[in-house]
Design a protein around this ligand. Structure first.
Ligand SMILES: [Zn+2]
Length: 457
């Protein structure tokens, strides 16, 4: 037995992705071989078996062998919100934030931050996601929170880009503490597969002095991850408090560049989209979350036509990137009242996620299956019932494979999920630990008042 693994008996579905092009590739009877954390070869299984006769064989059982998925916007901290009743009506997005999320984040302690991250890591693995961008908030436990999350990601075997959401809504000291947490984490990073970004909540909860301080202390090349125009309130409250819309504000503080991730970007003008495009910043579409909050829907086709790079995230709703893709596609058609639309820009979302992730991880082939690419590979348990080729892979994804369970998840050569079962995480025990910790968290939540002012007092 060698230390090479050969994943075969499946159909390889991948693409060669450059900043400007996507060349899809489908190999029937295909296989992927890797050694350590690198892919050695991708091609017909017969060829790879000849080349690596002693490799350990992993059976895809007729499924689709695709690159590990990338999620550009997640909130691990929401993992223990499932089933939580805020016991107060929420009639608009501002109230959803104030009465649910801004109480949950304040109720988190170091233990529940860690459990939330571990639950999310297990979920990512089960959903085939091997690279994830998280946007974290735990105002009562800021210092060290990113390390706790990084520990969970590293232990789970995933690649992650982490950031703490700086905001003024809990006062200036906590805004500064959030900034310090981001900077400390970025500067002391000693983990090869973990990155740090400057996290900012959203324009409407950030004072000018906080934005200026964050911009001033941001390190060269340090990315920035911020919510943008998720709801019209970000636009109206920013204009009311600062006389500027959120895009203009982010730009004025020098944060709008190719390392800038803008989650949502729904309620913007054509001119604002063009400003984002000119600065090569990234808009991240989170369709399921937008529907859940009733905040509107990003028109990916129009936004792309304005020149923006648009990627895909889940915004804490789940870790299932392919389900979000399917939802994005179906919702687009529904809103356009057009059964022929959606094939223009939506198939590019996954490739865009690869392009964006490559800006942060020093991996030029991240997100594709090719020699020398990181060995991030998954198998979707979706043996295609009809012909599949480069011309119809997106249809196979949105109408079938996106709903199929993930059979295997391999991240940097490590098999994390084998035949639908976690290899390293005891999910039953983890869930029991979470259920034990959540009543106290929920009690703290219910004891907290709502009525937070956007910019603090
Ligand atoms: Zn978000």
């Amino acid at each position: 037995m060698t230390d090479t693994t050969l994943l075969g008996n499946g159909i390889v579905v991948t693409a060669h992705i450059t900043p400007k092009s996507v060349e899809p590739q489908v190999i029937l009877g295909g296989a992927v071989a890797w050694k350590g954390d690198r892919i050695l070869r991708v091609g017909p299984e017969a060829d790879l078996r000849r080349e690596f006769p002693d490799a350990e064989f992993l059976d895809a059982r007729g499924g689709l062998i695709v690159p590990g998925l990338i999620n550009l916007h997640h909130h691990f901290y929401s993992a223990l919100a499932r089933g939580l009743d805020p016991k107060s009506p929420t009639q608009n997005f501002g109230e959803v934030l104030d009465r649910l999320w801004w109480r949950l984040d304040r109720a988190l302690d170091p233990e529940t931050v860690a459990i939330s991250a571990e639950l999310s890591a297990a979920d990512c693995i089960r959903s085939g996601c091997t690279t994830v961008f998280d946007h974290h908030a735990s105002p009562s436990a800021i210092a060290g929170s990113l390390d706790a999350i990084a520990d969970a990601m590293e232990e789970a075997g995933l690649s992650a880009a982490l950031s703490y959401e700086i905001t003024d809504r809990n006062g200036h000291d906590q805004a500064v503490a959030g900034l310090e947490e981001n900077l400390r984490f970025v500067l002391h990073r000693q983990r090869p597969r973990i990155r740090g970004l400057l996290g900012l909540h959203a324009s409407f909860t950030l004072r000018d002095e906080t934005m200026a301080l964050a911009a001033e202390r941001r390190q060269d090349g340090m990315g920035c991850h911020i919510h943008l125009a998720e709801d019209p309130i970000d636009v109206s409250a920013s204009k009311e408090a600062f006389g500027l819309g959120p895009v203009e504000r982010i730009h004025r503080f020098g944060l709008l560049d190719s390392q800038c991730l803008l989650a949502h970007g729904i309620h913007l003008t054509e001119e604002e989209y063009r400003t984002i495009a000119v600065h090569d910043a990234v808009i991240i579409h989170n369709p399921e979350s937008n529907a859940n909050n009733g905040v509107g829907h990003l028109n990916v086709v129009d936004t792309t036509a304005h020149g923006c790079l648009v990627g895909l995230g889940t915004d804490g709703m789940s870790s299932a990137v392919l389900r979000a893709l399917r939802f994005a596609f179906l919702t687009h058609r529904g809103l356009m009242h057009d059964p022929s639309s959606g094939f223009e820009a939506l198939p590019d979302l996954l490739a865009s996620n690869a392009r964006v992730a490559r800006r942060f991880f020093n991996e030029p082939l991240l997100g594709e299956l090719a020699p020398d690419a990181p060995a991030d590979v998954i198998v979707l348990d979706a043996p295609p019932p009809t012909a599949i080729g480069t011309e119809n892979t997106f249809a196979h994804l949105v109408y079938g494979a996106s709903e199929a369970p993930v059979r295997h998840t391999i991240a940097r050569g490590r098999v994390l999920l084998r035949d639908f079962a976690h290899t390293a995480i005891d999910t039953e025990r983890l869930a029991a630990r979470a259920r034990e910790a959540s009543p106290a968290l929920w009690d703290r939540f219910h004891a907290l008042p709502w009525g937070t002012s956007f910019l603090g007092n």
